[in-house]
Design a protein around this ligand. Sequence first.
Ligand code: AMP
Length: 213
Amino acid sequence: MNIILFGPPGAGKGTQSQFLVKNFKFNQISTGDLLRSEINSKSKLGIKISEIIDKGNLVSDELIFDILDMHLNKIKNLKNIIFDGYPRNFKQIKEFEILLLKHKLKINKILYLNVAREILQKRISGRVICSKCKKIYNIYVKDIEYQNHKCGNSFFVKRNDDDEKTILKRFDVFKLETSSLIEYYKDHEGFCEIDGNKEISQISEQIKAFLGI
Ligand code: AMP
């Protein structure tokens, strides 16, 4: 089963993807992660990308298409994929159809995580990521795993684009560009709007129930 998972910044796409990866053998493809790994490689392209991301803008549709296409080429067994963060605007919806045909993939479910703005802001301000294993936590959530987290030489970092100014821009970009996905996919038989305002485990339960897993 292949899934598109989308929602505003801070909706919990990464957290819920991790849940599906860990418990149900899904494979997450996050275009944000692919871009961040290019940035970490310190390539010229990575430097350009970081300038765009740090302003809260989207990178170009052509670049994201190529990066995703190359990534899909590298994966041997393309199944149970969660597309996290792609498509993100109307042009990408159309280009995604080309990629799906090329890689012989079909989308079965489309999950929209809908979350209120105040909750998103709180989640983003508390979001920390393990520098080593990339696991996402929130300092406001009482979480034993977070308090005891050890995975080698890890420490918690914040994302550069989670600062207050950039996040406002990212909200605008979601509203202006990415919310067109709701209109486009809402009549797809596999579409479901998930109430993402709840606690992490309650959101996971809704997702599980909808996916029938
Ligand atoms: P995310 O990790 O999904 O929150 O993405 C972080 C940032 O990466 C976004 O704010 C964009 O700048 C960039 N990005 C991720 N996915 C895409 C995409 N499909 N198209 C354009 N830019 C993207």
